[in-house]
Design a protein around this ligand. Structure first.
Ligand code: GNR
Ligand code: NI
Length: 163
């Protein structure tokens, strides 16, 4: 197991689009367990592979208070079921340290993913899971929390980060 380095904004590698996972092998398991170890070490509730400079569609998450409920989502995809049902949440990001911002996202989604064995799953998540999975899928698309803010705010964060 290993703790990986988390890239931070405005690192251009955070803008790469991740490719789908096609091989469900030992190496995928190793990546997922290193990502979980990194997420726990950094006190995050989720982590996308992009953040540790691995550009494959892999997400790990643990939303439990006790930090004992690790989840792995391979090739996650979602569809918005109702674009009028929205949830505002104060989000943070390990790749944008020291910043929290309220972001509004659709909260009625249909989610599909594969597990480490390649078995397909589906769910209609609610609450924090809906927010977190969209935040993480954004990372896989090269998108960051700061992209939801005004250009002025984004520039302020960029300047603060380069100090
Ligand atoms: O640890 C994290 N907390 C968090 C809080 C609200 C909404 C999203 C998140 S994800 C974040 C970890 C992270 O940066 N994942 O990409
Ligand atoms: Ni993040």
């Amino acid at each position: 197991m290993a703790i990986l380095k988390v890239l931070t904004f405005p690192d251009p590698r955070l803008r790469k689009v991740a490719v789908p996972v096609t091989k469900f092998d030992k190496s995928l398991e190793t990546i997922a367990s290193n990502m979980l170890e990194t997420m726990y070490a950094e006190d995050g509730i989720g982590l996308a592979a992009t953040q540790v400079n691995i550009h494959e569609r892999i997400i790990v998450m643990d939303l439990s208070e006790e930090r004992n409920d690790p989840k792995v989502f391979i090739n996650p995809e979602f569809k918005i079921l109702n674009d009028k049902s929205l949830l505002s949440f104060t989000e943070g990001c390990l790749s944008v340290p020291g910043i929290t911002e309220e972001i509004t996202r659709p909260d009625n989604i249909y989610l599909t993913w594969q597990d480490l064995k390649g078995v397909s799953h589906e769910a209609e998540p609610s609450g924090l899971l809906t927010i977190c999975i969209q935040h993480e899928i954004d990372h896989l698309e090269g998108k960051l929390m700061v992209d939801y803010l005004s250009p002025l705010k984004r520039d302020r964060i960029r300047k603060k980060a380069s100090k």
